[in-house]
Design a protein around this ligand. Structure first.
Ligand SMILES: NC(=O)c1ccc[n+]([C@@H]2O[C@H](COP(=O)([O-])OP(=O)(O)OC[C@H]3O[C@@H](n4cnc5c(N)ncnc54)[C@H](OP(=O)(O)O)[C@@H]3O)[C@@H](O)[C@H]2O)c1
Length: 219
């Protein structure tokens, strides 16, 4: 399958690399066509790896990952183009974080009665937005089996078929335990949960850990 990956940072590199490993074609997108990180990634990953602008990657992908800085997600998605994303699944890892004095707060624009997941879905009403994997370090996103116990792959979105497809992607990424949190408004909970990395990383100095929802029934 063809995937677009919006972003060139650590998350984009991990996701795009895993998609190539799984046999897909991937275009990494950034604000500018000549982005060095995207070009470096593409040249290191063979013929199925390409790079371009956000709009190029959104048009290329049958499915698209959003791995851009959360406070700029809406601008990045605007520039990716609503038409390029129309009818497609957008798998969103972004968080609206502001970093200050060693702590994380949510950008107030995405609190109260809304959250970033809600605003992305409002911006792209004809795109099936599924939020997932935004609450753990990127090193674990495609590598949960490395941990000593199964951890939980949370996801949410409004479209049931899109969520089913994303559950399939999570399984291919190694998530043996997944949990459907409900509609896209549930994004606010993993957007808050992701900020928890600050105290855990502060104590453990590693991002190699995850969350497990202990329960009596599994998906
Ligand atoms: N790092 C993690 O372990 C982790 C874990 C969970 C969730 N997340 C979330 O995943 C997302 C990506 O994180 P990251 O650490 O990989 O990278 P990042 O540094 O947060 O974001 C890098 C990307 O954001 C884009 N960007 C920056 N400013 C922009 C602007 N003004 N307009 C449009 N795009 C802009 C950059 O575009 P260019 O390519 O053009 O420079 C780049 O592609 C974030 O939302 C983060 O909260 C990160």
């Amino acid at each position: 399958m063809k995937y677009g990956v919006l972003g060139t940072g650590d998350v984009a590199q991990v996701i795009a690399g895993k998609l190539i490993e799984l046999g897909h074609e991937v275009m990494m997108g950034s604000r500018t066509a000549g982005n060095e990180k995207a070009a470096g990634w593409a040249s290191a990953h063979g013929d199925r790896a390409k790079c371009g602008t956000f709009a190029d990657a959104a048009a290329f992908g049958e499915r698209v990952f959003n791995c851009v800085q959360g406070i700029h997600s809406l601008e990045a998605l605007e520039s990716a183009g609503k038409d390029n994303l129309k009818g497609k699944i957008l798998i969103d890892q972004s968080n609206p974080y502001i970093y200050q004095d060693g702590h994380i707060t949510l950008d107030p624009k995405y609190t109260g009665e809304t959250c970033l997941g809600d605003e992305v879905q409002k911006l792209l009403p004809e795109t099936k937005v599924v939020k997932t994997l935004n609450y753990i370090g990127c090193v674990m996103m495609t590598n949960p089996g490395e941990l000593t116990e199964p951890v939980t792959g949370f996801y949410c979105g409004n479209d049931e078929k899109a969520k089913e497809a994303v559950r399939g992607i999570l399984r291919h990424f190694g998530w043996t335990d997944t949990f459907d949190m409900g509609d896209i408004s549930m994004s606010r909970y993993t957007e808050m949960l992701g900020a928890f990395w600050v105290p855990v990383f502060g104590q453990m100095k590693t991002m190699h850990w995850g969350f497990r929802l202990v329960r009596t029934v599994k998906e």
